[in-house]
Design a protein around this ligand. Sequence first.
Ligand code: HMG
Ligand code: MG
Length: 347
Amino acid sequence: RGGNEVRIVEVGPRDGLQNEKKTVPVATKIELVDRLSATGLKTIEAGSFVSPKWVPQMANSSEILSHLLDYPPKSSEPLTYQWLLPNTQGLDNFLSTYSSHPSNFTKTDKPPALNTSSQDPNSMPSTSPSSTSSSLLSPHKHEISIFTAATETFTQKNTNCSIAESLERFKSIFATAKELSLPIRAYISVALGCPYEGPNVSPHAVADLAVSLLEMGADEISVADTTGQGTAPRTAELLKTLAAAGVDVADLALHFHDTWGMALVNMIVGLEHGVRTFDAAVAGLGGCPFSPGATGNVASEDVVYLCESLGLKTGVDLAALAGVGEWISEELGRENESRAGKATMAK
Ligand code: HMG
Ligand code: MG
């Protein structure tokens, strides 16, 4: 069950950087995405279109998107870049940059109808070189991610709405994305513990949400242990509950923060249940500003090393990834949180 290929969704440029206190220069963010793009990773969450008042660190994501559209990283295989957004305003802001690059819509596509009333003037399309042939030839794809959570308190703290209201907000996002053939990943936060409501989040609440999001048209559900409170037995129980609710394991990703050091253990439980997509951040960067005390994501280097040790293929060059982890840790003045990354660099 599950096959021997593991897909890593590298969330370092988004989840990894969103909680950094010091402003990370946009040039560093772009360099991070470019460097990650050369490691064999196939999916990278490169930024978010959220309110800059809520998460100032992500304010310049449209510049990163513009860069990737103007100068698509050279890689032997096409990459997918994902962009996190909470509402139609986020989608409009994403599209105002994305659709200003002609390569993204074929002649038969309708240009996206932008809701100009809610445009953020700070993220209007850059004057992109529409005649740049590299842009026209870009092999890469761009997708969007949306997010809600399994508890009411976390949903309020993170997105200032109830769970039901978050689903309501998504309706128009799904409608536009489907019209434009943009795939959507949907996160369910605090699936294994909530910073406000405690560790025992109902697996049935997670499963009900997953079913609703898939029915609405989500292409993938990323079930997130935001606080890192998940344990192996509760991860197994959650995966069984999801399966019993009819959620196909092929539609699932697992997103572990490693606050309690259980991320790799819980990942093995996920592998045993057939999950083959895992989110991770280079150098173990990361954290959610609305999840106090939670630390970074499981380190991508550790995930690659674990997979290799089990004979599973990720397609990622561990040495190259470890080099990126070391570089970004130095840039941020942080300890490199990846054990496998540090061991690789010490060899
Ligand atoms: P709100 O304050 O209720 O929004 O925030 P509003 O609709 O009332 O608008 C207020 C202001 O925000 C207005 O500006 C809007 O234009 C602006 P003003 O008139 O005051 O100048 N605004 C926006 N600006 C830019 N982009 C937008 C946008 N929307 C409104 N998209 C809102 C509601 C959802 C916007 C806010 O709560 C928000 O941005 N939340 C995002 C929080 C966030 O990014 N959290 C971290 C990511 S999730 C995560 O890390 C978890 C994950 O990793 C999985 C896991 O580990 O659990 C995915
Ligand atoms: Mg996260």
